[in-house]
Design a protein around this ligand. Structure first.
Ligand code: NAD
Ligand code: DAU
Length: 332
């Protein structure tokens, strides 16, 4: 694939993918991004101008999406409203971007017969009980809990329908919780790292017993590239790195690695409808396409991430105060 259109490439995972794909392939990448509060052009600074172009735009803008899709060989669709807490307070942008935006893109990919890869989340499957040994597979029934995850589930179903009804050349991946550089400070791990840098105690929703299955953003990128190049059209692949941890374990680890007492955190108001546990079985991706994660140790990946936030305060500082005042209003 010579020309890849990446939607949401100024966000956390999209920008990591752009850096990764420019290093690992000789493709030209065009990013379309609306630069919402979650987009940051600094995440794409210094990329080679002969292989990278940035277009400021909205994925619901049909003429723009058609123009950019026609000029590309493949579309990798990351753009979304991505934060569960925001979706509980103002769901509308989630419907506009996650549903109508995806619809606009798959219509264009269909019109110009382009390869399409849809990025999605394990949250479409709902949650598992803490003590249930089961993990999500590609056959787990959809059962989303929040406005965010229900709009992602809706977008997945649109892509599946366009494959079956219109022959769209699409694949879908559903990944677990990502961590790494360029993640907005509203999200769990960067919020706590930057709190510790500021001398503020990390905040755990409820008892902190909820489990998330962590994967480094670079490993998500390598999986997406593998699926884009070798995945079977119409298939869904689950992406995960066997990284299950309770939120309390993650906070304790952050405190320990940053030289503070492991119990120097506080409990705050829980998230309404808070999913208990996510866990991914990525056997299909590993056996069928031969993918495996590079970051086998969460501790190593976390150390790199802590160092990145310590070294790149100018990247996150402008967003910290506003994010914390939003959380304060919600008692979180
Ligand atoms: P993010 O919020 O960091 O970035 C989203 C990007 O999309 C931002 O740059 C934003 O400006 C852009 N955007 C939003 N609305 C747009 C619109 N209408 N038009 C164009 N651009 C728009 O999100 P993220 O955490 O990087 O997530 C990226 C994708 O990966 C999402 O589809 C999300 O559902 C999925 N995902 C995320 C995780 C995770 O742990 N963060 C895990 C699995 C899947
Ligand atoms: O599973 C994939 C999903 O992971 C993605 O689809 C979403 O886009 C992404 O935001 C993430 O969703 P979560 O809701 O799991 O991530 P978040 O970082 O918001 O929270 C992770 C866990 O930490 C969750 O159980 C809530 C908890 N939490 C979060 C914050 C911000 C806290 O305990 N304290 C906090 O301050």
């Amino acid at each position: 694939m010579k020309r890849i259109l990446v939607t949401g490439g100024a966000g956390f995972i999209g920008s990591n993918f752009v850096h990764y794909a420019l290093a690992e392939t000789d493709a030209h990448i065009t990013v379309i991004d609306k630069l919402t509060y979650a987009g940051n052009l600094d995440s794409l600074a210094g990329l080679p101008s002969d292989r990278f172009e940035f277009v400021h735009g909205d994925i619901t803008d049909e003429p723009l999406v058609e123009k950019l899709t026609e000029a590309s060989d493949a579309v990798v669709h990351y753009a979304a409203e991505s934060h569960n807490d925001n979706s509980l307070h103002d769901p509308r942008p989630f419907l506009d971007t996650n549903i109508i935006g995806t619809y606009t893109l798959i219509q264009a990919a269909r019109k110009f017969n382009k390869r399409f890869h849809h990025i999605s989340t394990d949250e479409v499957y709902g949650d598992l009980a803490i003590d249930d040994p089961a993990r999500f597979t590609e056959n787990t029934p959809y059962n989303p809990s929040s406005p965010y995850s229900s709009t992602k589930a809706g977008s997945d179903l649109l892509v599946r329908a366009w494959v079956r009804s219109f022959g769209l050349q699409a694949t879908i991946s559903n990944c677990s919780n990502n961590y790494g550089p360029y993640q907005h400070v509203e999200k769990f791990i960067p919020r706590q790292i930057t709190n510790v840098i500021d001398g503020v105690r990390p905040k755990l929703y409820g008892a902190g017993e909820n489990v998330r299955d962590w994967i480094h953003a670079d490993d998500h990128s390598s999986a997406v590239l593998t699926i884009l190049e070798h995945g079977r059209i119409g298939e869904t692949y689950l992406i995960g790195a066997d990284g299950e941890k309770t939120n309390k374990e993650v906070v304790e680890l952050i405190l320990e690695r940053m030289g503070r007492d492991r119990d120097d955190f506080e409990h705050v108001t829980d998230r309404p409808g808070h999913d208990l546990r996510y866990a991914i079985d990525s056997t299909k991706l590993r056996t069928e396409l031969g993918w495996k994660p590079r970051f086998s140790s969460f501790e190593t990946g976390l150390d790199n991430t802590i160092k990145w936030y310590m070294d790149n305060e100018s990247w996150w500082r402008p967003r910290k105060a506003e994010t914390e005042s939003r959380y304060l209003e919600q008692g979180q």
